[in-house]
Each structure stands twice: as structure tokens, then as C-alpha cells.
Design a protein around this ligand. Structure first.
Ligand code: NAD
Length: 396
């Protein structure tokens, strides 16, 4: 069938298998062009491996670091005329490229928050790897069924008082004012349950108890802080509360597993268009302005450039370079004064009439479409394609 994008708000309901494959191939080519990575993590577990930062981490570990990778994801295959989710197609492509180079790459598709998937993962590590040297925790989820049996739903709200600011309406590229309500205590707690550090800790404890963590293993989870403009919706919002909890978990994991020499890191990444971030109000406008400024200054990066720099320059797997809080600052370029001052200046003056001049709307939408495998060069979007694509390791 011919697959075209079907965009609804900040989501695209379709994905293109060939376009997703192209996207993965481009990321692999980029990593190959950057040379070898220092560090000795040859068996890597990536939790949240199929899109965004997790996929990029998996590609860097495998094609830059020569690692065997086991990935966990929550994706849907195609069904009849409904295409698979992009993460499904990305993973099929990733496994295909890995196999071509004789690299081990297997994937588990299921709920990473569940004990069942944790047990399944441990079993697979025992069988195939023995132990893992590195664990990347890159989940972005709207809900979590916790071990207490309760399903918690995360919300994207501010805390304290209602917050109003400029927002980019993605339906028609207009700038309007948007109010974001303050979350209740329960909503904050639920968001912390979903996106905080509890599940990361449970993963690391389970892996350790099962004896499948190598001595001196490294684990990393991804965070975001951002500038003051987005504080009310991000860092001081519900999601920020969850990230602060994640930061605490890093220290707790390192302390709890210190006999094993495990180091748990927080990498504070750059704000980028992904399925997770497109859903956050006010943030897309910030991104459009940020992309414009960073591109003009030659500082712009996507997920793959960020993760390449995390593994290589910041030496995630060797002796990671951190700030005074122990965080790896991948947002170092985003937070440069020269970048933030310019974004702030543009934020003051941006409106519907000048958004295309001051903001990188095209860049925003390009990234958005690329996530779903559209607008990729060299892909014939008029060609008939089969939406049913198999992921080799899930077939076995
Ligand atoms: P994403 O939506 O692209 O990726 C999320 C991944 O999690 C996918 O692989 C998905 O399959 C998997 N997943 C979701 N629910 C799952 C479940 N229940 N079980 C198993 N797998 C599940 O998101 P992303 O933007 O790459 O975010 C990854 C992490 O990076 C998040 O912690 C996010 O907060 C953080 N981060 C994102 C940004 C940004 O701007 N996008 C910036 C800094 C940090």
C-alpha cells in the first residue's frame, strides 16, 4: 500500500517502513564516520531502545562501540492497513544492519515497568550474554503499572500556580497564549511514579540480584533541565519533579551497588523533537527558536550527534566527565549564554507574523516527519510498500 503521513496534533498516526529504515541507516553512517569509542562495554542493555535518545544510544553502542545490544521497547506491529509504530520499523532496520555485520542484536517488546519483562530480560542476558556492562535507561511513557498494582498516569502540568505563556499551535503554526493548570499533589506524585527513578532502581536491583551485572558496570538515565523560560512547564513542572526524583535515584543506585563498582549517571540532554517532547506545551516554541539559533551558530545536534558525543567526548563508558552535581552535561551547547540570550530575545518578539523568520519551523517539522519515516531523501513515497515488517529476533 502507499503510506502517507496522517498528522493529528503532535502525533502522526502512520509510519513509513522504508523511511524509518533510511533514518536508522543515516544514524549508523554518522556514527561510523566518527570512529571508535573508548570504554569496554561490549554487552549493552538499552531500555527504551526503539526511538529518540534510546535508539541513538543503541546505534552508538553497537556501531561506534562494537557492542552486542539487547533492547527493550513498547511498540506495535502493523495490523491490516494500520502501519506499525515507527519504533517497530526502526528496530527491524537496526537488527537488519546489525546482522549484516555479524553483531548480536535482540529485542524484547513489552512493558519495561513489569516484573515479567524484567525477568524475561534477565533470562535472555543469562542465556546470551552472561552479564551486561552497560544499561541505558531511556523510557518516556505516559503511564506505568507499578508493583503495587496501581496504574499511574503522568501529566504535563505546572506546579504551584497556573502558568500562561506563548505557545506554538502546531496545527496552523500560529503563536497564541496558552495557560497550563497547576497539578494537584496526586498528579505530581503520579508523574514521579511514571517518569521518576523508582523503576530505574528496580531494574538495577533486579539485574544485580540476578548476578547479571558486570563488575564496574555503567548505567545512565536521561534528563532535561532547560532554560528559565520553560521552567514552569518543565523543570518546575510535574515532569521536572519526576526528573529530580530520577537524579536522586542515580546517587542511590551508585551507593547501593558500590560493592559491585556500579556507577549510575544522569545525562542532561539537549531539548529535541521526539515523540515524547512534542507533547509538552510551550516546549515546541522554545525548540523552534532554539533550533534556529543553534543552527545559525553551527551548534545544532540531533539525537545521534548528542549520543555520539556522550559516549565519545564525555566518555560515558570510560570515566565520564561530569559537572559538580555529578551530571553529564549534554545540554552544554544549548545552555551557552550566547545561545540562551538570543533565544530569550527572540521569545520576547516572536508572534504569528514573524515565527517563520525567527523560529526554525521547517526544521521542527522536518524532524517531526523524520521520526515517522517521512520526508527522507531517496525514499519513493509513491511506491507500494508492505506495512508488515518482521523484527528478526521477535520471529525466532
Ligand atoms: P521517545 O518517545 O522517543 O522514546 C521512548 C522509548 O521508550 C521508546 O523506545 C519506547 O518504545 C519506550 N517505551 C515507552 N514506554 C515503554 C514501556 N512501558 N515499556 C518499554 N518501553 C517503553 O522519547 P525520548 O525523547 O527519546 O526520551 C527518552 C528519555 O530522554 C526520557 O527520559 C526523556 O525525558 C529524556 N530526554 C528527552 C529530551 C527531549 O527533548 N526529547 C531531552 C532530554 C532528556
Amino acid at each position: 500500500m502507499i503510506i502517507a503521513p496522517k498528522v493529528r496534533d503532535f502525533l502522526c498516526l502512520t509510519a513509513h517502513p522504508e523511511g524509518c529504515r533510511k533514518n536508522v541507516e543515516k544514524q549508523i553512517e554518522y556514527v561510523r564516520s566518527q570512529g571508535e569509542i573508548e570504554g569496554n562495554a561490549k554487552k549493552v542493555l538499552v531500555i527504551g531502545c526503539s526511538t529518540g535518545y534510546g535508539l541513538a544510544s543503541r546505534i552508538v553502542a553497537a556501531f561506534g562501540g562494537g557492542a552486542d545490544t539487547l533492547g527493550i521497547m513498547f511498540e506495535k506491529p502493523a495490523k491490516g492497513k494500520r502501519t506499525a509504530t515507527p519504533g517497530w520499523y526502526n528496530t527491524a532496520a537496526f537488527e537488519e544492519f546489525a546482522a549484516k555485520e555479524g553483531k548480536y542484536a535482540k529485542t524484547i517488546n513489552g512493558d519495561a515497568f513489569s516484573q515479567e519483562v524484567k525477568d524475561q530480560t534477565i533470562e535472555m542476558i543469562r542465556q546470551d550474554f552472561g552479564k551486561v556492562d552497560a544499561v541505558v535507561y531511556s523510557l518516556a511513557a505516559p503511564r506505568r503499572k507499578a508493583p503495587d498494582g496501581v496504574t499511574y498516569n503522568s501529566v504535563l502540568k505546572t506546579t504551584g500556580e497556573e502558568f500562561t505563556n506563548k505557545n506554538l499551535n502546531l496545527k496552523n503554526n500560529t503563536i497564541e497564549m496558552k495557560s497550563i493548570p497547576a497539578a494537584t499533589e496526586e498528579e505530581i506524585e503520579a508523574t514521579v511514579k511514571v517518569m521518576g527513578g523508582e523503576d530505574w532502581k528496580l531494574w538495577m536491583e533486579a539485574l544485580n540480584e540476578a548476578g547479571v551485572l558486570s563488575e564496574n558496570a555503567v548505567t545512565v538515565a536521561y534528563s532535561y533541565i532547560g532554560p528559565e523560560i520553560t521552567y514552569p512547564i518543565y523543570f518546575e513542572g510535574t515532569i521536572g519533579a519526576a526528573k529530580k526524583d530520577l537524579h536522586k535515584a542515580a546517587a542511590q543506585i551508585t551507593e547501593e551497588l558500590k560493592d559491585q563498582g556500579v556507577r549510575a549517571y544522569i545525562s542532561v540532554n539537549k531539548g529535541l523533537v521526539t515523540q515524547a517532547s512534542a507533547a509538552i506545551p510551550i516546549v515546541p516554541l522554545y525548540m523552534a527558536l532554539l533550533y534556529k539559533v543553534m543552527k545559525e551558530k553551527g551548534l545544532h545536534e540531533g539525537c545521534i550527534e548528542q549520543m555520539e558525543r556522550l559516549f565519545k567526548d564525555k566518555k560515558l563508558l570510560a570515566d565520564a566527565i561530569t559537572d559538580e552535581n555529578g551530571w553529564i552535561r549534554m545540554d552544554d551547547w544549548e545552555m551557552k549564554d550566547e545561545v540562551q540570550e538570543e533565544v530569550k530575545r527572540l521569545w520576547e518578539i516572536v508572534d504569528t507574523d514573524n515565527i517563520t523568520e525567527y523560529g526554525d519551523i521547517d526544521g521542527y517539522w522536518d524532524d517531526f516527519y523524520h521520526m515517522f519515516g517521512f520526508r527522507e531523501e531517496g525514499v519513493d513515497y509513491d511506491a507500494d510498500v508492505d506495512p508488515a515488517v518482521a523484527i528478526p529476533s521477535l520471529e525466532a
